[in-house]
Ligand binder design. Structure first.
Ligand code: AMP
Length: 331
């Protein structure tokens, strides 16, 4: 596929100059740290590992590090362990690339602040501007899609190995729900096609991404036996700390069953509600068929995309209020 495909140029036309400023920053710094949001998903890790691999493949002399929390099940099945660095590493000048993270409070390692030069690359609504260079394009279904687009628009020829392409592909597949959400565009498919041309094995990738354990079926069974639906079609399930222990899952995994309700007639929005004993709060993952729900999420200490957002409540007693706010959207 030609690098100069007009669809790739058009996608980044609002920040065309910044694309090569990112390249210049990568060339300028010998130390590069790549950050993304806490409780990572396929796209957070896919874009982080994809970009780290791409930089190492093209600039083998750079010291590239990946920071943040590991994923409870994707590590090490899909992604390698994150680097564990002591504070001395951050004393030398370094470049921070912060990916897939709309708000600074959600960046998975606070040491991004120590960077000499910071770059934000994201696809969430730009609620908080940060970084010397900020490339935010909400047209991308995934941060990984935006990053591959940047790479394809760089001056000069750079290689995309199958290893880097695999990570980017995982990010795109994860955040587009296997190319089914409305955020999937012709550009998404062109980028996926380019990644496929590197020789990645998509059957192996899907097998790894969606591999389940027998115990996972008991979690699904619990959810199917205990969900609620509000008057105007907001489905939700609650997993308190006790039931998480009984079901042998961690808090991060509470949202894994949320999309069971995605294709049910009469269900307009759906949520998982998971107690987080460490943070003394309840994490709510909200999804919607069409109607934007991110403004409701924003009222409850959250945010995200129009049809996929996260929120937090301090006490379970606040849940009826949140469900009612969502329900109102469909009255
Ligand atoms: P989740 O339900 O955690 O999978 O999150 C859905 C989307 O909303 C992801 O793109 C997250 O990055 C984003 N998101 C989740 N929680 C928050 C939050 N508290 N503030 C802003 N965005 C969030």
């Amino acid at each position: 596929m030609s690098k100069v495909n007009p669809i790739f140029k058009d996608f980044c036309k609002d920040y065309a100059k910044d694309v090569n400023r990112v390249l210049a920053a990568i060339k300028r710094y010998d130390r590069i740290a790549i950050f993304r949001h806490i409780i990572p998903d396929y796209d957070a890790l896919g874009s982080q590992m994809g970009l780290a691999t791409w930089i190492k493949d093209n600039f083998p002399n750079k010291e590239v590090r990946v920071l943040g929390d590991n994923h409870v099940t994707f590590t090490p099945r899909l992604f390698p362990e994150m680097d564990s660095l002591n504070n001395d590493w951050f004393k030398e000048p370094f470049l921070a690339l912060v990916l897939d993270c709309g708000n600074t409070s959600r960046i998975a390692d606070p040491r991004w602040k120590k960077a000499k030069f910071k770059i934000k690359i994201d696809h969430h609504p730009d609620v908080e501007h940060y970084g010397k260079i900020s490339i935010v394009n909400t047209k991308g279904c995934a941060a990984a899609e935006n990053i591959v687009n940047i790479i394809l628009n760089l001056k000069g020829n750079y290689k995309m190995t199958a290893e880097a392409a695999k990570y980017f592909y995982i990010g795109i597949v994860g955040d587009s729900g296997r190319f089914q959400y409305s955020s999937t565009s012709e550009h998404t498919f062109q980028i996926a096609s380019y990644l496929l041309s590197t020789g990645i094995d998509i059957a192996a990738i899907y097998q790894n991404m969606y591999l389940k354990q027998l115990d996972d079926l008991y979690v699904t069974s619990y959810v199917l036996n205990h969900f609620h639906v509000s008057e105007h079609g907001v489905a939700y399930y609650v997993l308190d700390a006790k039931i998480q222990t009984e079901l042998k899952i961690t808090t991060e995994r509470g949202k894994e069953n949320v999309n069971l309700f995605a294709n049910i007639e009469g269900i307009n929005a759906w949520c998982s509600v998971t107690e987080d004993p460490k943070d003394r709060c309840w994490r709510v993952s909200i999804r919607s068929k069409r109607t934007p729900i991110n403004e409701v999420a924003a009222k409850f200490d959250g945010g995200g995309h129009a049809q996929a957002s996260g929120a937090k409540i301090k006490k379970i007693e606040e849940l009826p209020l949140l469900i009612d706010e969502l329900d109102k959207l469909f009255r």
